[in-house]
Design a protein around this ligand. Structure first.
Ligand SMILES: [Ca+2]
Ligand SMILES: [Ca+2]
Length: 103
């Protein structure tokens, strides 16, 4: 990586680092994808403020089903990025609505 990263590059690097930190938690060979328990741990430790039911097993099962587009029972990086992007878009929508209300 370059020596001086921009804010957005740092953000992208962090997204990769967070994904891989949790993707290799299970003691199996699926180190590049999130299993249900890995996703649950990631959500509860990294996104509990933004995702309702991040620590709730049933809610995580629903989230897992929604994210798992290729139906392999795991969340790959592409599926993870879709989730983070969707949450980011929703947060931006809320921010814009808040700004408009204050005008
Ligand atoms: Ca894994
Ligand atoms: Ca998948």
């Amino acid at each position: 990586m370059c020596s001086k990263l921009t804010d957005l590059e740092t953000c992208m690097q962090t997204m990769m680092a967070v994904f891989h930190k949790y993707a290799c938690k299970d003691k199996d060979d699926k180190v590049f994808t999130l299993s249900n328990p890995e996703l649950k741990e990631l959500l509860s430790k990294e996104l509990s403020g933004f995702v309702k039911g991040a620590a709730d097993a049933e809610a995580v099962n629903k989230i897992m089903k929604k994210l798992d587009h290729d139906k392999d029972g795991e969340v790959n990086f592409q599926e993870f990025v879709v989730m983070v992007s969707s949450i980011c878009i929703q947060c931006n929508d809320l921010l814009m609505a808040h700004i408009k209300q204050r005008k």
